[in-house]
Design a protein around this ligand. Structure first.
Ligand code: C2E
Ligand code: CA
Ligand code: CA
Ligand code: CA
Length: 277
């Protein structure tokens, strides 16, 4: 084929990608506005190694579109951020999570649930009010909610972000730094971050049992975190060998398929009762 032909094909595929993004954004707007939404929240256990129990969950959004099929949050969250839709999406998430918590029973009523925030949410002055309104409406105690913020996002404008995080912290919410180790120059800011938890990114954990380099990285993150008095969480734990290494190094919490995949809201109470037996 000629050069011009290749260029034509390349242009076409760019155009298709762009149109697909537009379609997804348009559908996302509908999903956020409609009553009969196809968005859902799933929950993944955080297991405390020393206390040998699940005491927390992370809330993860799921989107199963009627026509487009399953759409990953790795795809539509960044799109929502670019399009200025993320605050609206986060409002939806906070309300849905609070609603779900209010319907759990048995062991599940003690769970604390962490919601993922975008940096656009952290700097949104209305965030506190959205959270407090939802807690009040669904009669959920403040300590049932916590928040996770990705490290690299915070570094774009650390000063503003830190001020806002301090407000959340002083309102009593536990905060975690997410995906730790994937960002840059984070060490200098760690001391001024009002967070209580540090989540080691799953890219260092998935092959921990066999990768010596990952072991070195995780061990040094742990010794750093201990000096800052932070609770340690490892995400992406898929096997017992990894759990045992992490336990040996003093990790506090683990999360991953070895404990459970994320599950729908109405499975949480049953799962907790079964798991606690
Ligand atoms: P994240 O916050 O780092 O979430 C962890 C991701 O790892 C989740 O992917 C989870 O399903 C997956 N995971 C958990 N355990 C394992 C494991 O053992 N092995 C493997 N291979 N993966 C595991 P998910 O649910 O696709 O979410 C991807 C990202 O999308 C999240 O990364 C988060 O950044 C974002 N996200 C998800 N839900 C929300 C939300 O409600 N709001 C916002 N702002 N972002 C969200
Ligand atoms: Ca997270
Ligand atoms: Ca993470
Ligand atoms: Ca991530």
């Amino acid at each position: 084929k000629s050069q011009a032909n290749y260029l034509q094909i390349y242009k076409q595929s760019l155009e298709e990608k762009y149109l697909r993004k537009l379609e997804i954004l348009n559908e996302l707007k509908n999903a956020l506005n409609g009553e009969d939404t196809d968005l859902a929240m799933f929950y993944q256990p955080k297991y405390h190694i020393q206390r040998t129990r699940v005491e927390k969950m992370e809330a993860l959004i799921r989107w199963h579109h009627k026509k487009l099929g399953f759409i990953s949050p790795e795809l539509f969250i960044p799109l929502a951020e670019q399009a200025g839709l993320i605050n609206q999406l986060t409002n939806w998430v906070i309300r849905r999570v609070t609603f779900d918590i209010s319907h759990w029973h048995g062991q599940a009523t003690d769970l604390q649930v962490a919601v993922n925030l975008s940096v656009h949410d952290v700097v949104n002055p209305k965030l506190q009010r959205v959270i407090l309104t939802a807690l009040k409406e669904f009669k959920v105690a403040q300590n049932k909610l916590a928040f996770e913020i990705t490290e690299s996002d915070l570094m774009d404008d650390p000063q503003t972000a830190i001020e806002q995080l301090k407000l959340l912290r002083s309102a009593g919410f536990e905060l975690a730094i997410d995906d730790f180790g994937t960002g840059y120059s984070s060490l200098a800011y760690l001391k001024s971050m009002p967070v209580s938890e540090l989540k080691v990114d799953k890219s260092f954990v998935l092959n921990l049992a066999t990768q010596k380099e990952d072991q070195t990285i995780v061990k040094s993150i742990f010794s750093l975190a201990r000096n800052f008095n932070l609770q340690l969480v490892a995400e992406g734990v898929e096997d017992l060998a990894t759990l045992e290494l992490l336990a040996q190094w003093g990790c506090d919490w683990i999360q991953g398929y070895y404990i459970s995949k994320p599950m729908p809201a109405d499975a949480v109470s049953g799962w907790m009762n079964e798991y606690s037996k």
